[in-house]
Design a protein around this ligand. Structure first.
Ligand SMILES: *Cc1c(COP(=O)(O)O)cnc(C)c1O
Length: 403
């Protein structure tokens, strides 16, 4: 809402590097000089006169009047996210799904058509398959690795192309600039779920994307102790539709304390991502060399058919790997049950290494034929590499494979 704040008026966030921006951007000066901004644990804000109140209530998005719409602790987080993603503004939601559905329903209305990548987060899959039809919104899907299908799917009423890169859980990448070129030629907007890459590895707004969506629950919060989401964009009118529409009226509102926790995690995003990029590449290479592993999907493996796209738009491959243990579902289960250090859990982007079997856990609600069309095999294991020493993680994988 407010202009991006830095402690000294001479500093401009455009001149500063990622790790400096994540620490300093959006930090308001408070009356006591607190280094860490206080938590504005308040539902409402008082006014000195009815004139002031009328002014504030005239534009809820640009003032502090009620915390369902704006709150200083949440505003501070939104400024940091906008600065890191190179956007003009951001709107935080109570969860990643709050942000996914908040962005989709802020743009689309009955009679519109949208196009989604086949592989995507399971909650987003449910929104497209169950909720879009209820509102009379039609959609199609395309294989992100094969853009030749995309242009043919665009109709006169197509308003949105929605992508995830790398996709959950298949790790398929989208050539972001190429999708933007096709979409914008037809006046279609592009949204991307940038949860896996994070702004440390990719800033999609620089590639022309219209809105970036995050589950802050994952890498940005980074510690597995909160739920949050955000939409970031350069289109201020669209951000107002999000704030005064889906946030204010559907009420998926982030609490001030959660915003404080996200900011606390966000300040180390750069150092954490650097380590995730290094550890995951090392582990992916080890997996690839192991004969008991059938297929490894990691953006920065040279064997990845999309390696050139990864190099073009990502600074590092990130912390997510997916792979198949030879022997399918049962072999995968046996492998997971034998792990001692790596923990069996859904979610990702935490300090602990987490593993899960997508077909049996996160993506089990999705019918098998849709799963298979999206490249989710029964034996696929999704691994969120943690901040443990990668050699200890490799030792655990080794013993679980019986090597
Ligand atoms: C987890 C996740 C979401 C949903 O986020 P929540 O915070 O769990 O609501 C959306 N997209 C991706 C890629 C995710 O991994």
């Amino acid at each position: 809402m407010s202009q991006l704040v830095l402690k000294h008026p001479d500093l401009k966030h455009e001149d500063l590097k990622f790790n400096t921006v994540e620490v300093h951007a959006g930090e308001p000066r408070d009356m006591y000089g607190a280094l860490i901004p206080p938590i504005y644990q308040t539902s409402t804000f008082y006014f000195d006169s009815t004139d002031d109140a009328v002014k504030a209530c005239d534009d809820y998005a640009e003032s502090f009047a009620y915390s369902r719409i704006t709150n200083p602790s949440v505003d501070y987080l939104e400024q940091k996210l906008a600065a890191l993603e190179h956007g003009k503004g951001a709107v935080a939601y109570a969860s990643g799904m709050g942000a996914v559905s908040g962005a989709i329903f802020a743009l689309l209305k009955s009679g519109d058509h949208a196009i989604f990548t086949k592989a995507k987060y399971s909650g987003t899959e449910d929104v497209t398959s169950d909720w879009l039809p209820r509102f009379g919104i039609a959609h199609d899907t395309f294989d992100a690795a094969n853009l030749s299908q995309l242009e043919g799917l665009i109709k006169p009423n197509t308003k949105l192309i929605y992508v995830e890169s790398p996709a959950n859980p298949t790790m398929v990448l989208v050539d972001i600039a190429a999708v933007v070129e096709i979409a914008h030629k037809h006046g279609v907007k592009v949204f991307i779920d940038n949860t896996f890459a994070t702004p440390y590895n990719t800033t999609p707004l620089d590639l022309g994307v219209d809105a970036v969506i995050h589950s802050l629950t994952k890498y940005i919060g980074g510690h597995g102790d909160l739920l949050g989401g955000a939409v970031i964009s350069n289109d201020e009118q669209f951000l107002r539709e999000c704030r005064l529409g889906t946030l204010m009226h559907f009420g998926s509102v982030m609490a001030p304390f959660t915003a404080f926790l996200v900011c606390r995690g966000l300040k180390t995003l750069g150092v954490r991502m650097k380590q995730y990029n290094e550890s995951a590449l090392k582990i992916a290479k080890w997996l690839e060399a192991n004969p008991k592993i059938e297929m490894v999907r990691y953006p920065f493996l040279e064997s990845n058919p999309q390696y050139a796209i990864a190099k073009k738009q990502m600074k590092g491959g990130g912390g997510m790997i997916s792979f198949d243990v030879a022997g399918g579902l049962e072999a995968g289960k046996k492998f997971i049950n034998s792990l001692k250090l790596c923990t069996l859990a859904v979610s990702l982007g935490d300090t602990e290494t987490l593993v899960e079997q997508a077909a049996a856990m996160t993506h089990t609600m999705i019918p098998k034929e849709i799963r298979e069309a999206a490249g989710i095999t029964d034996g696929m294991i999704r691994m969120s590499v943690g901040l443990e020493d990668p050699d200890d993680i490799i030792a655990d994988l080794k013993q679980a494979l019986g090597d």
